[in-house]
Design a binder for this molecule. Structure first.
Ligand SMILES: C[S@@+](CC[C@H](N)C(=O)[O-])C[C@H]1O[C@@H](n2cnc3c(N)ncnc32)[C@H](O)[C@@H]1O
Length: 396
């Protein structure tokens, strides 16, 4: 059995550290300092101590599974500032990681923008624009590397919290003013509304449609309630029709309830034929039959080894008890009709568990329709195979 795709460390774009250590901290300092006299000085240890209290509290709310009746935490400045300082880099790193794992899907967004003349990114439940900022950093990096000009970018953000949208606007404006390749190229349109109004609010097609960490809080219309099913079908048909180019990327918690919700959505999209046959999934699925992890004890989630750059992120991670070495998430990346994902090799399988057991040989679970497959791996001396990797199974 061979590995076809191995987990790689992500490479962070060059502008990452500036954005997180300078722009983010400056925004928090200017908008959220409790005293006027603090506002015009650089962010320092004293600020870190003050804002860390909110980070600690928010991280308790954000346990693996969000509590039922999650409070509207973004209404409170303490939690907005905490989110921007610590969770924005954490969640943005997940997007960067996926943009690199599925580089062809990300490239499809660029290709689409070159043809249409505008790179429109819809970011639903955008908060302070986390997912869009990750995309901007990657497009900036791409342009610096290749010398190709960045097309006009339109960011369409939808969120129920106006303050958070405005914080994100400041960050994007600073980013685009500070890097000449982005200067005067980025327009932001904010909409204070539930994310499922997107088909009514956004005009034109998107090169990339992103939903980051919103479904776990607010999944919107449901296919599982009979009286809501038609709304759900209308909504997702509308979103997929809008999402050209790089398609639709949904990233969410690695927790069971959220991940199984995504798996159920995926199965329902397929069975209700919201996907045309020529539209495929960039990842993680390598088949279009029933998901084996839509219920039961296991769920489809991934852990990517990483070291997130930035001195303040490191400081806050240490304060929370450990330096972050893994990014954990569930995701689904649905291809657009105009840029379908390639057909996977029929013997390729996504690994959906870490090695089970520590002996000389270990079993792993692999993604097969309806029920996970289980195979023995690790002949002596071979590297272990981890969750998320793609292997090629022997011919039957
Ligand atoms: C955990 S934050 C995620 C923010 C950002 N997308 C990210 O990945 O960092 C969840 C966001 O969803 C927003 N939200 C919650 N329910 C919503 C709804 N029904 N419609 C739009 N936004 C919603 C919240 O205001 C918050 O900004």
């Amino acid at each position: 059995m061979q590995k076809q795709q191995q987990t790689k460390l992500i490479t962070f774009p060059a502008a990452w550290t500036w954005l997180m250590d300078e722009a983010v901290t400056q925004l928090v300092k200017t908008h959220y300092s409790p005293r006027e006299s603090w506002k015009n000085k650089p962010f320092g240890k004293e600020d870190a101590r003050f804002f860390f209290k909110g980070i600690e509290e928010l991280s308790e709310f954000f346990t693996e599974e969000r509590p039922k009746g999650m409070p509207a935490y973004f209404q409170h400045p303490k939690f907005r500032s905490a989110y921007i300082l610590y969770f924005l880099p954490l969640q943005a790193a997940k997007f960067i990681s996926l943009f690199q794992m599925h580089a062809s899907a990300f490239e499809a967004a660029w290709e689409h923008a070159k043809k249409s003349g505008v790179l429109r990114i819809a970011d639903l439940g955008s908060g302070p624009g986390t997912a869009s900022l990750a995309a901007l950093l990657m497009f900036l990096e791409r342009s610096t590397r290749t010398g190709e000009e960045i097309p006009k970018i339109v960011l369409e953000w939808i969120d129920t919290n106006r303050n958070s949208l405005e914080d994100g606007r400041v960050l994007v404006e600073q980013l685009s003013e500070s890097f000449s390749r982005l200067r005067n190229r980025v327009e932001i349109r904010t909409h204070v509304a539930p994310w499922w109004k997107a088909p009514l609010l956004i005009e034109g097609k998107t090169s990339l449609l992103l939903l980051g960490h919103v479904l776990n809080e607010s999944s919107g219309p449901s296919p599982l309630r009979e009286d809501d099913r038609a709304n759900w079908i209308d909504l997702w048909s509308g979103l997929f029709a809008m999402a050209e180019g790089g398609g639709t990327l949904i990233v969410d918690l690695a927790a069971r309830r959220t991940s199984q919700l995504l798996s159920r959505f995926r199965d329902e999209w397929i069975s209700s034929r919201i996907f045309e046959n020529d539209r495929r999934i960039w990842g993680p699925c390598l088949h279009a039959k029933a998901c084996p992890l839509a219920d039961g004890r296991d769920w489809c989630h991934f852990s990517v080894p990483t070291e997130i750059p930035g001195m303040w992120f490191r400081e806050f991670s240490k304060g929370l008890g450990s330096e972050r070495q893994w990014l954990k998430f569930s995701y689904l990346w649905i291809a657009s009709k105009d840029f379908p994902a390639p057909s996977p090799d029929s013997r390729a399988r996504r690994v959906i568990s870490d090695p089970l057991g520590k002996g000389k040989t270990a079993d792993i679970l692999i993604c097969e329709p309806e029920k996970p497959g289980r195979i023995r791996t690790k002949p002596q001396g071979a590297a272990p195979i981890y969750r998320g990797e793609i292997i090629r199974v022997p011919k039957k």
